[in-house]
Design a protein around this ligand. Structure first.
Ligand code: DGP
Length: 147
């Protein structure tokens, strides 16, 4: 048996401290790669966080393989959470950067079960996509796409 791998870790990060067992949480599940626990400030009952054990800021710096693990895992936890609170739907949401409402700078997904008429409100105010803007964006985005 070898030593367990040393994960990227930030001692000042609240989620790293939860992963290390230094701060308690209401844990739902964990494996070698990730941990799931109830959000301390649920926007609706069942609001759950899926958190990789390694410290990465967000999808801009997380290795693709880890993101793959998280992506494969998410449907099972989302199904369990929504079924447990008898919700027909859920958000699987990732705030990617401070300006996008990420307050804990350790990558995580929110699972937020949704029911018709619930109290969670997302102020999503659609604008209008005009043709010139769309053409300009297609050029600017596709020339930066590194795949
Ligand atoms: P975000 O804004 O996407 O970074 O969401 C961070 C979430 O983490 C927020 O909904 C509250 C939750 N949270 C912050 N600190 C703690 C904690 O110590 N324990 C738990 N369970 N959740 C936390």
């Amino acid at each position: 048996m070898g030593e367990p791998p040393i994960l990227p870790h930030d001692p000042g990060c609240i989620f790293c401290r939860i992963v290390a067992g230094l701060i308690p949480c209401h844990k739902l599940y964990e494996n070698d790669t990730l941990i799931c626990f109830l959000d301390i400030g649920p926007v609706v009952p069942g609001h759950t966080l899926v958190v990789p054990k390694s410290h990465y800021h967000n999808v801009f710096d997380v290795p693709a393989e880890l993101l793959g693990h998280l992506g494969q895992f998410l449907p099972a936890m989302a199904k369990a959470v929504t079924a447990a609170v008898e919700a027909p739907a859920c958000h699987i949401l990732l705030n990617n950067g401070s300006e996008a409402m990420q307050s804990v700078l350790h990558l995580h997904y929110h699972i937020i079960p949704r029911k018709r008429g619930d109290t969670f409100y997302v102020p999503w105010l659609p604008g209008r996509l005009d043709v010139d803007t769309a053409r300009d964006l297609i050029v600017r985005i596709t020339k930066r796409l590194e795949i």
